[in-house]
Design a protein. Structure first.
Length: 204
């Protein structure tokens, strides 16, 4: 009796999630070029590094989603890079605000707190057997809530347009994250991650 053998070829998984992640990567690289970061402007440099870390995270995330079957055992490492990169991006977001609005001993203290927070986050992520995106949301959400409260108070005081844009970007990010966590899906090929990415692009 002849045994028929079948070989399954790896295929692209979650194609739309991969594509939208790659679009975010491209968008952020364009923003970095437009910002022209330099060491003479620490807030701008920090926000540029935030965009760079987010771009790396988006690229790694898109690759992990799209090439799961190709990556095999390396899929977990790729996803870990994505999650850790977003943690680093959150840190640079905090540093951008700190460099812009604080000085002296208070600035130094806040920088130290932010660095400790990043190290704790990275240790937390690396110690997990399974890394979920909700872990990113917990870190990102808690940080940006504090940033949002401070920026809102600052905006009420000085009525600065740039602060207003930052507030809008944070709120859009919260809306996107909420939809992602709720698991809202419009189509089998356009899921909650894809909606999250599209909304997030407007927030940048």
């Amino acid at each position: 009796m002849k045994t028929e053998q079948t070989h399954s070829n790896p295929k692209i998984t979650e194609a739309m999630t991969m594509i939208t992640d790659y679009f975010i990567t491209l968008q952020l690289l364009i923003f970095i070029f437009w910002l022209k970061p330099s060491f003479s402007n620490l807030p701008r440099l920090s926000f540029s590094l935030m965009f760079l870390a987010t771009a790396i995270g988006a690229f790694a995330g898109g690759t992990a989603h799209g090439f799961t079957e190709y990556l095999g055992k390396h899929q977990k490492l790729t996803w870990s890079i994505a999650v850790q990169s977003i943690g680093i991006a959150t840190t640079f977001f905090e540093l951008g605000i700190i460099f812009e609005y604080f000085s002296g001993i208070l600035r130094t203290t806040l920088i130290l707190i932010v660095v400790i927070q990043l190290l704790a986050y990275e240790y937390w992520i690396l110690s997990k057997e399974e890394i979920k995106f909700s872990n990113v949301i917990i870190n990102y959400g808690s940080t940006t809530v504090i940033g949002l409260v401070y920026l809102t108070i600052k905006y009420i005081d000085v009525q600065n347009t740039e602060i207003g844009y930052l507030i809008i970007a944070i709120v859009i990010g919260f809306v996107a994250a909420g939809i992602q966590q709720k698991g809202l899906t419009l189509h089998k090929h356009f899921n909650h991650n894809d909606i999250y990415h599209i909304i997030q692009m407007f927030g940048f």
